[in-house]
Design a binder for this molecule. Structure first.
Ligand code: SF4
Length: 482
């Protein structure tokens, strides 16, 4: 059934859109320098061959990232290094793993941006983090033709259903989406995400499983504590494993699971240290870096590559702190960005850095808060796995009472010596509209610093344009903060 679905893909539509992506990438690659030739050759060769019709866009994105890696201005490639950094290498491998898994008969499981793939690695499944595709395309605006298509079809609209996932539905309807063997999603961070994954399941017929993320706290000291929270998560993980075993030929092995959670701990340790290093003044890493840490954990958490990448982030930050190097020269403003980035404008953060000598210390997703855990018993490993969701960047702050978010934000502002808060309010995130306004008042009362909140579609450049965003940010930083 899946093969039939793939073979009827509308390649004219894909080809037209791919040319938009390639042209956009070429623009990004102006002034590029060539990275290590051997590595470039290696990854160029690895990317060749037939990936399958449904992976046409996935493959083009791989080539795009490889191209960006060649550039000293490449995504998360601070400094002038000509080496392929471990983060980019990890990302390239995440792309390559999908066609490789297909060839080797390893089941591919699609999952959203709020669930780390440790369990999938432990069971020798190939994880495909879906938003790499539907959000990744926003960087080069290639998601917009898909948004237009789905607008015409009438599947939701902005802001009822989020444009972080609507392109996936659009691609599926045009038979251009990757078709995994299994589908997994959660009830958080919003109904919109869960609805779109359900629709994708309905369109493709892929077996799917989902986990309900509880509202209440697991810490006994919390006033919102509920003793059932942790066990509820653990039980769902165990049921999920049974489902995975029933839907694949892969068996769950306790020892492999324990090893994977130990590897996860290493990456969490490095991330914790990285977060501490960002408290330094000047901030040692560029504004987008925290997001890179998040992407590492959510795309490859539980793999040795994630350990290598998080170690590289930590080491680079430590080296810069030691040398007193700041991400922006003569740092004047430290910004908290406690929500998502504006994904359609890849240059917005650079512009803020260069125009105002201001650094965005971390965004909400990039502020990874899951601590290393005791992995001495299998039950503790399940607890560690559950915490990967309960404490996940956005899930942890937005899954329960407003106080989860308020307390987080007040601590963030104080710990990182923040001068102001900028909160883009993505139109589809209706569940946090009220939270943003209350948070801004709490921040002013507790710390005296100002907050800018503005509406935007973080994935569609045509709703609120880059120019409009820059104008609002410029007015705020110039007239209120400085
Ligand atoms: S951006 Fe908001 S509405 Fe969209 S998936 Fe994330 S939480 Fe949901």
């Amino acid at each position: 059934m899946v093969n039939e679905f793939i073979q009827t893909a509308d390649f004219k539509f894909i080809k037209n859109n791919l040319s938009i992506l390639v042209q956009s990438l070429l623009k990004l690659l102006q002034s590029c320098e060539i990275m290590d030739k051997e590595l470039l050759d290696k990854y160029t060769k690895l990317g060749r061959g037939n990936w399958g019709k449904d992976l046409a866009i996935w493959k083009t994105m791989y080539k795009g990232f490889l191209g960006m890696a060649k550039s000293e201005r490449g995504f998360l490639n601070p400094g002038k290094s000509e080496e392929l950094n471990p983060f980019i290498e990890m990302l390239l491998n995440a792309f390559l793993e999908i066609p490789k898994a297909r060839k080797e008969g390893i089941p591919v499981i699609m999952h959203p941006f709020n669930y780390e793939p440790e369990l999938f690695f432990a069971m020798n499944l190939a994880p495909l983090m879906q938003e790499i595709l539907s959000v990744g395309l926003a960087f080069v605006h290639m998601n917009e033709p898909y948004i237009d298509y789905i607008n015409n079809i009438g599947y939701g609209d902005n802001p009822t259903i989020c444009n972080a996932q609507r392109p996936l539905i659009s691609m599926a309807m045009q038979k251009a989406a990757p078709i995994p063997d299994l589908l997994f999603y959660l009830s958080t961070p919003c109904n919109s995400l869960a609805a779109s994954y359900q629709v994708f399941q309905g369109l493709t017929g892929i077996p799917s499983y989902n986990i309900d993320v509880p509202y209440w706290a697991y810490e006994e000291a919390s006033e919102y504590y509920d003793e059932k929270t942790m066990q509820y998560m653990i039980n769902q993980s165990k049921n999920f494993i049974t489902w995975l075993e029933n839907n694949t030929k892969h068996k769950f092995e306790e020892q492999k699971f324990q090893q994977t959670m130990e590897i996860t701990n290493e990456a969490r340790e490095y991330t914790l240290e990285f977060n501490e290093l960002l408290k330094a003044v000047p901030c040692p890493m560029p504004s987008i870096t925290g997001f890179g840490v998040f992407l590492t954990m959510v795309a490859r958490g539980g793999s040795p590559e994630a350990v290598k990448a998080t170690k590289w982030f930590r080491d680079t930050a430590a080296e810069n702190v030691k040398k007193g190097i700041g991400a922006v020269p003569d740092e004047k403003i430290r910004i908290a960005w406690p929500y998502t980035h504006v994904f359609f404008d890849i240059n917005l953060l650079n512009w803020i850095e260069q125009t105002f000598n201001a650094v965005v210390v971390m965004d909400l997703l990039g502020h990874y808060k899951v601590l290393p855990q005791d992995t001495s018993t299998i039950e503790n490993c399940f607890k560690s796995l559950a915490l990967g969701t309960l404490d996940a960047s956005m899930v942890g702050k937005c899954r329960g009472p407003l106080e989860y978010y308020l307390n987080y934000l007040i601590d963030y502002v104080k710990d990182y010596k923040i001068d102001c808060v900028i909160m883009p309010m993505h139109f589809a995130c209706k569940h946090v509209y009220t939270m943003a306004r209350i948070a801004s008042e709490a921040i002013r009362e507790e710390t005296g610093i100002p907050t800018l909140i503005f509406g935007v579609d973080s994935y569609d450049s045509r709703e609120v344009t880059s120019e409009e965003l820059k104008s609002k940010i410029s007015d705020f930083l110039t007239h209120i903060v400085l």
